[in-house]
Structure formats: structure tokens, C-alpha cells
Design a protein around this ligand. Sequence first.
Ligand SMILES: CC(C)(COP(=O)(O)OP(=O)(O)OC[C@H]1O[C@@H](n2cnc3c(N)ncnc32)[C@H](O)[C@@H]1OP(=O)(O)O)[C@@H](O)C(=O)NCCC(=O)NCCS
Length: 199
Amino acid sequence: MPTIRPYAAGDGDALYDICLRTGADGEDASAVVLDPRLLGSVYVGPYLALEPGLAFVLTDGATVLGYVLGALDTGEFERACELTWWPALRARHARSAVPPGSVDATLIDLIIAPPTTPRSVTSVYPSHLHIDLLPAAQGAGHGRALIDTLRSALAAAGSTGVHLGVSSTNTRAIGFYERMGFVVVTSDPRGATMGARIG
Ligand SMILES: CC(C)(COP(=O)(O)OP(=O)(O)OC[C@H]1O[C@@H](n2cnc3c(N)ncnc32)[C@H](O)[C@@H]1OP(=O)(O)O)[C@@H](O)C(=O)NCCC(=O)NCCS
């Protein structure tokens, strides 16, 4: 039976791989990205570097099957990324090196000019999260357990709410988040920000 434990140094490659294998609206993105570490560099790496105490993994003992990653204060996290995470990636990834319109180009755009979360969201839902499980671990209650684990950690750290971003085409995840008590905070045709209060 898989169990949840805190992230440990040495899990990083497995988490980058899970991010890749769930990175196309919940499906495997391996065939659609040129650089297999780019998704993880945006959606996993900064959390492990800056918020390791809010990173939890699902494991069967031998293999990491999934993760939830959190940031306590989204504004502070975005400022810290600007100082310590994005500069090295900007030095390594040139927009001109990848085909226009490719997924890699979109990710490099995020590295060059990461969007900041509006105060209207962070004032109510200051924290945010990412969650991904490999297909074999989905649909068995582990997603709920990971969300509950992170929510408890965020509550203990004093957070009053947590938000996340989800693509409009990832209907399975949207249904899951609604079941977990998240509501749509903002949306546009590409996706939604959903939030849940804590405490
Ligand atoms: C989305 C994801 C995190 C959900 O985790 P999961 O382990 O499959 O979900 P669980 O089995 O824990 O489901 C928890 C509850 O949500 C419900 N649920 C799950 N998907 C649902 C859906 N699409 N619609 C309605 N309810 C749903 C389950 O029935 C369950 O209800 P219960 O606890 O009351 O019985 C997981 O499937 C996943 O990692 N998908 C691929 C990556 C991804 O899309 N990540 C999100 C990116 S924004």
C-alpha cells in the first residue's frame, strides 16, 4: 500500500519525471516536449529548492508514484524565484533555440517572464500547490490523501487558503479539485484558478 512521506534529497529526478509524464493536461508529455527536464524546471524544481518542507511524495517504498508541492506565501515565493531560480534557467534556455509555438517555447516564455499572481487571489488564498500522480496510482484515494497532507502542513504554518491553476481541458483534475472543496476564483478560456480556504 503506497504511503506518503516528506520529500527527501534524491527524489528530485523522480519528481521531474512524474511532472513530464503527467504534463500534457494530465497525460504523458514526453512526446510533445523537446527538453524532458523543462516542465520540471518550471513546476517542480523551484518548490524543492525554496519550499522543501511543503513537498510530499507518494511512494510504494521502492518507487515515487506522485507528489504534492506547496508554497506558503505565493508573493514571497515568486520574489524568491525571481532572485534565485529563474536567472540560471534564463542563462541556459534561449527562446530562439526552440521552434516558435512549441511547448518548449511556451515554457521558456514562462521562465523569461513568469506571471505574478494577482493580490485579489493571494489575499484570500495566499498559498498555492501542484499535484501529480502517475497513472498507476490515480483513482485510489491517494490524490485526496496528498491534498489533505499538504492542507494540514499549510494550516500548521498559518495559511488561510490555497489556490492552484488548472487547464480548462484537464476536466478530470477540475472534477477532482471540486470534490476536494476548491471553487473557481478566476477563469479564462485557457484555464482556471481554483481556491480553497484553510481552517
Ligand atoms: C488529478 C489527480 C491529482 C487526482 O488524484 P487521484 O488520486 O486520481 O484522485 P482520488 O482517487 O484521490 O480522488 C479523490 C476524490 O475525488 C473524486 N474525483 C476524482 N476525480 C474526479 C472527477 N473527475 N470528478 C469528480 N470527482 C472526482 C474521487 O471520486 C474521490 O472522491 P471520494 O474521496 O469522495 O471518494 C490525479 O488523477 C493526477 O495526478 N492526474 C494526472 C496529473 C494531473 O492532472 N494533475 C493536476 C494538474 S492541475
